[in-house]
Design a binder for this molecule. Structure first.
Ligand code: ADP
Ligand code: MG
Length: 392
């Protein structure tokens, strides 16, 4: 099927559309409408992006057809050729017409109308493809009772792993509102930070919100932490709730890095989480802290459907046996990451471990975690062979 279907348009206009659309135009006479052949052209997945109803078609018929097209081919835009006045515009828009094109429209006008229609058709197609995946949407909160236990390391690498598997799928939010360091861990210099995204136009328009995100070279989107602790503190739990809700409507994976302990912001994110990655350090206070946090979250009924317990920085030198740790925590550990020199090196250079694709046990452990959160993403990363996750 052609990209453009014109009905009752004069040869001049058809020529302009042919020029704008690289020749991909099917021109029908106005009587095709009364013969009922038009809807036949609109059926199926190859419906045109644009139907142009020329001056040969009475306006009332054009408006009636626009309504039918909306139902039969939602990815198709209808444009009416007419001298537009405000009243006609309103009537046309109500009828489902997307654009009113002047009979004297230039090639540039025609190109603009066609571009808008093509973009709409593509967005529609993308939405149709994404719809069956809606149930795989995940909000992953990375939390832990203490600072310095690897929350940011895990959150940034997990987000990179998910983004590497599916471009444009993932946003990482730095909810460590006072001392967030996600931007530094990814060597980003953000133009906007968390407070900017929860106020003004960004807070109620997803399109605006997306322009406030910082993009990492891997394709990962980031809401960077605030520049100053005071500005970060002023962000309310309600604002965080709204932000997470908006992001999870736009991105398949929302990964949230948090401050130590159970702050209001963290609890708010957890209310929306499908996954909790809970991280503790491999020492006695760290293990006890993990147990306490898990207990409190259980009492608050804030442990989401998927829980991943991670112990970080482990070495046999500490003298703690895994079995003892699991007994104290009261649960099986899902991942143990050893202490390794590659981690601080990565933190200090802003090149995350998964981008480097090293063979060290921490990188491998983080890849395992990506697979636990999203098996499909891990498989996609695997298919990329040895090319390293998200590497350019
Ligand atoms: N497994 C590990 N081995 C060595 N150093 C680590 C490990 N995990 C984290 N680190 C280092 O510990 C510091 C704190 O890690 P970070 O991820 O910022 O923790 P948090 O976000 O919980 O405060 C960083 O300098 C990081 O490089
Ligand atoms: Mg941190």
């Amino acid at each position: 099927m052609s990209t453009v279907l014109t009905i009752g348009a004069d040869a001049d206009l058809v020529a302009r559309f042919t020029e704008a659309g690289s020749g991909d135009v099917l021109a029908l006479r106005a009587d095709a409408l009364t013969e009922g052949v038009v809807l036949h052209h609109l059926a199926g997945p190859d419906a045109p992006a644009l139907v142009v109803l020329g001056p040969g078609v009475p306006l009332a018929d054009s408006f009636a057809l626009a309504g039918q097209v909306d139902g039969a081919a939602p990815g198709t835009s209808v444009v009416v050729v007419a001298v537009a006045d405000p009243e006609l515009w309103i009537e046309a828009m109500r009828a489902g017409v997307r654009d009113v094109l002047s009979p004297h429209a230039s090639t540039a006008d025609v190109t603009a109308v066609l571009d808008r229609a093509t973009a709409r058709a593509e967005a529609r197609r993308a939405a149709a493809v994404a719809a069956p995946l809606a149930h795989t949407r995940r909000v992953v909160v990375v939390a832990g009772p203490k600072g310095g236990v690897g929350k940011t390391t895990v959150a940034t690498n997990l987000a990179l792993g998910l983004a590497g598997a599916e471009p444009g799928s993932t946003v990482l939010v730095d909810l460590d509102v006072q001392f967030g360091d996600v931007a530094s861990a990814l060597a980003l210099v953000p133009e906007y930070t968390l407070p900017d995204t929860v106020r003004g136009a960004a807070s109620n328009d997803p399109l605006v919100l997306k322009t406030f995100l910082t993009r990492h070279s891997s394709g990962l989107h980031v809401v960077a932490g605030s520049d100053s602790p005071a500005a970060g503190d002023a962000v309310t739990a309600a604002e965080v709730a709204r932000l997470v809700d908006m992001l999870s409507a736009e991105f398949r994976y929302v990964v949230v890095d948090t401050a130590a302990g159970l702050t209001d912001h963290t609890l708010t994110a957890l209310e929306r989480a499908t996954d909790l990655v809970l991280i503790g350090s491999m020492d006695v206070p760290g293990v006890r802290g993990l147990r306490k946090e898990l207990d409190v979250l259980g009492e608050l009924q804030l442990v989401p459907a998927h829980r991943h317990l991670v112990l970080n920085g482990g070495s046999s030198a500490g003298g703690l046996a895994l079995a003892d740790i699991e007994r104290t925590v009261g649960a099986t550990l899902d991942l143990v990451l050893p202490r390794h020199a590659a981690v601080p090196l990565s933190t200090n250079t802003g090149v995350p471990l998964l981008l480097k694709g090293g063979k060290d046990p921490v990188t491998r452990g983080l890849q395992t975690l990506v697979g636990r959160v999203a098996p499909a993403a891990a498989a996609a990363n695997g298919r990329r062979g040895r090319r390293r996750v998200g590497a350019r």
